[in-house]
Design a protein around this ligand. Structure first.
Ligand code: P6P
Length: 339
């Protein structure tokens, strides 16, 4: 049975606008374009097995990674919808070497950094994947945007969120006033508030890390992994190891249940694998707004000054006490992540 008392994303955003008098319609137009893009990607993801969009596009992205057809489709969908909003002057996408400057919107205020379809290696095996986005607002809109407008610290984000295409399709986002989750009601094709005011448990019993790379981990990371696996009744250890290999899926589970996700420096990825602008920053904004912590192992992720579009940083993100324990045990690799 449908829930006649559902609060849709549209209603939630307009309620927020009523509270924040300075809010203009621009923000809701951006969210509407993101929501429309997600519904289109959700449609394609749900039938990927039925039509010829599985498998590789045969091209590689700026990361040198094989582009799955759905990667390319998702990238095109979001860039098209964001450009049509009239509020976005530039889009930084994982799938594009350089920023996309939106023609006709040179004086628009908003900049979007996006991973159109994260976890794409999971597409063909039907594991959860998702879209991650980060929103910045320019102060000066009198001139066209430049590349330098992308290099702003994560603390300057005005919004961040992700869509997860899992057993249900959800949107989780923050505008700096807490974190809320919305579930797509397929019957009415509306995202409805399902997880109001999400808070990540300060302690967790789950650690997420690809132990296949254990031999390459820095000593401090090995120390923390061994800590998680050591029997200790009082602290509820050993913790459970859960690693899907899809950042959004691993992060979302830990956000709701408590836990820590780690992508550390390894020999193959000395700065970690995950990208600062459209993976680490948005997820860090969300986790801090939910009461969690996020560190590169040396500093708070949101304080990192970006210098390259697709730069990577190591990521230790999740429950406050677990991230801080990891920093303590890692010694020189880990500095306090206090806000
Ligand atoms: P690994 C997916 O390709 C991704 O970018 C993230 O979603 C995920 O957390 C990570 O890579 C997994 O990387 O090296 O453990 O397979």
């Amino acid at each position: 049975m449908g829930n006649s008392r559902a609060l849709t994303l549209e209603q939630f955003i307009s309620d927020q606008q009523a509270i924040h008098k300075e809010a203009t319609g621009a923000f809701s137009r951006i969210f509407r374009s993101l929501e429309l893009g997600a519904k289109m990607v959700n449609r394609d993801v749900r039938k990927a097995g039925l039509i010829d969009i599985l498998g590789n596009q045969g091209s590689t992205n700026v990361q040198g990674e094989e582009q799955k057809k759905l990667d390319v489709i998702a990238d095109e969908i979001f860039i098209h919808n964001l450009s049509k909003s009239g509020e976005v002057c530039m889009v930084v996408s994982e799938e594009k070497d350089a920023p996309v400057f939106v023609e006709g919107s040179e004086n628009a205020a908003y900049i979007i950094c996006i991973d159109p379809l994260d976890g794409s290696s999971n597409i063909d095996v039907n594991a959860s994947i998702g879209t991650i986005f980060s929103v910045f607002k320019r102060d000066n809109t009198n001139s066209a945007p430049t590349l330098n407008d992308c290099f702003r610290k994560g603390t300057e984000q005005v919004a961040a969120g992700y869509f997860i295409y899992g057993s249900s399709t959800m949107l989780v986002y923050t505008t700096g006033d807490g974190v809320n989750g919305f579930t797509l009601d397929d019957g009415i094709q509306e995202f409805c508030l399902s997880h109001p005011e999400i808070k990540i448990p300060e302690d967790g019993k789950i650690f997420s890390i690809n132990e296949g790379n254990y031999a390459d981990f820095p000593t401090g990371v090995k120390t923390f992994v061994e800590y998680c696996k050591t029997k200790d009744k009082e602290s509820g250890r050993p913790y459970g190891a859960r690693y899907i290999g899809s950042l959004i899926a691993d992060f979302h589970r830990n956000l709701l249940k408590g836990g820590i996700f780690i992508y550390p420096p390894t020999e193959k990825t000395p700065n970690g694998k995950l990208r600062l602008l459209y993976e680490c920053n948005p997820m860090s904004f969300i986790v801090e707004q939910a009461g969690g912590r996020s560190s590169t192992g040396k500093m708070r992720v949101l304080e990192v000054q970006p210098t390259e579009l697709h730069q990577r940083v190591p990521l230790f993100i999740g429950s406050k006490n677990m991230v801080e324990k990891a920093m303590d045990l890692m010694g020189n690799l880990g500095e306090k992540t206090s806000l």
